[in-house]
Ligand binder design. Sequence first.
Ligand code: FE2
Length: 345
Amino acid sequence: MHQLFVHMPHMSSPTPFWNRRRFLRTVFCSSAALGLNIRSESLAAADAEDLHWLALGDFGSQEPAQTAVAKGMQAYAAKLKLKPSALLLLGDNFYKPMPGGLKSPRWQTGFEDMYPKSSFDCPCPVVLGNHDYHDNKGGEQVQLAYAKTPGTRWTLPNKWHRMDFPAAKPLVTMLFIDTNNTKISGGVNPKTKEPRGHLSEAEQEEQLAWLKAELAKPRAPFTIIVGHHPVYSNGVHGDSKTLVEGIGPLLQTHGVHAYLCGHDHDMQHLELEGLKTSFILSGGGGARVRELPNKDRHMPFGQPVYGFTHLQANAERLVFRHVDANGKQIHAFEKRLDGSFSVLG
Ligand SMILES: [Fe+2]
């Protein structure tokens, strides 16, 4: 169990934090997720009015780990009787060649059946990862086209898009962005020597203008930006200088509560002194996890673990929970409207 602490973005050091109700709730949530003999229906009842989302990144590996995490997430959702508002797909949705494109059987095996409607009867908003561009030439266009399939939950109306939850009187605005800019995803494929796919210069300009416009518009009380590449990361890929410089100032100026991403194959929660935004990385969806070379920087949390993330929201707070493939909560924190946060466990 991590030490509990509360942090205000403008304060210089964490301050001890303890609250009996929150403590009981935290212990209860942990125990329920662990599969112990505790009344999971109480958690569902207590939080039934809240909104819930599940999220995972770097999942499209076709390896046994992808199935293990998918099954674990199904069991977790069933145990807590979750009715997610959305299943957030954080990119690298399909690794390796995908012959047939739109007609590939992997749409059924790697998405529709892997994350079935019976468990996740909700939209599945998508962001594109580097492997979605690189492993299949034009793969990003295939993923955009699949979103037009009648009846699918795959939600990708554009490379960047906005969703408000719920649509009427929204509590959370999510802005989904494509982080495959020239610096991050450009260059040459080392095997084929062909140029790698990425956003065009015009798309990059258009997306940035869109992001600025959306942040300037009326938004829900909470705002989350979702992309594939991390702004800050303690994992093998490290920080993305281009995102730190490109969207970092926007996160701060507009008081964005959280930036949610994948790309590194691990689970992280980073907090940077003076920044209003919490940085959550959920990259344990199925690709081989990797040790973090910078374990202690900007912690509260970083582990090379297969798993997914459960987000819960009400009018007062967001709660992010990292959960492993066995349904065990490995980290949790709450983020409040004013930008402050508390690690819960
Ligand atoms: Fe990636």
